[in-house]
Design a binder for this molecule. Structure first.
Ligand code: THU
Length: 129
């Protein structure tokens, strides 16, 4: 259970090591915290048919949803050695389906933490609700 931003970033950094990114060589890890404090992780998984690549953030979310989770509070992302790596537009939309109030945390272990709410990153979100 990760309870603070640094712990969630550490979990994302650990997940990054599992990334399969032979084409871009840009490894990404994500760690998603549920309302009950569980953490689900994901990494990017690329494909020779490039567009079939899936981002770390969606892998983490889909792992969690497939395990029966529906409520999320925070997502940490660690991308390569970038100081900050916020989710791409596609991931923002997918995350908003389940967690419009999500907080996004990004950085590197031991470095500055950058925090934004998903609604800041994807204003006027498309939704059927
Ligand atoms: N990628 C992610 O996993 N998450 C992001 O937020 C940005 C991009 C991956 C997709 C691809 O495998 C690699 O990074 C380069 O775009």
């Amino acid at each position: 259970m990760a309870c603070n931003p640094e712990e969630l970033i550490a979990a994302a950094a650990g997940a990054k090591e599992k990334a399969y990114a032979p084409y871009s060589r840009f490894k990404v890890g994500a760690a998603l915290r549920t309302a009950t404090g569980k953490v689900y992780t994901g990494c990017n998984i690329e494909n020779a048919s490039y567009s079939l690549t899936i981002c770390a953030e969606r892998v983490a979310l889909f792992q969690a949803v497939a395990a029966g989770e529906r409520e999320f509070t925070a997502l940490a992302v660690v991308g390569g050695d970038l100081a900050a790596c916020f989710p791409c537009g596609a991931c923002r939309q997918v995350l908003a389906e389940f967690a419009p109030g999500l907080e996004i945390i990004t950085g590197q272990p031991g470095g500055p933490v950058h925090r934004r709410f998903l609604r800041e990153l994807l204003p006027d979100t498309f939704t059927l609700k």
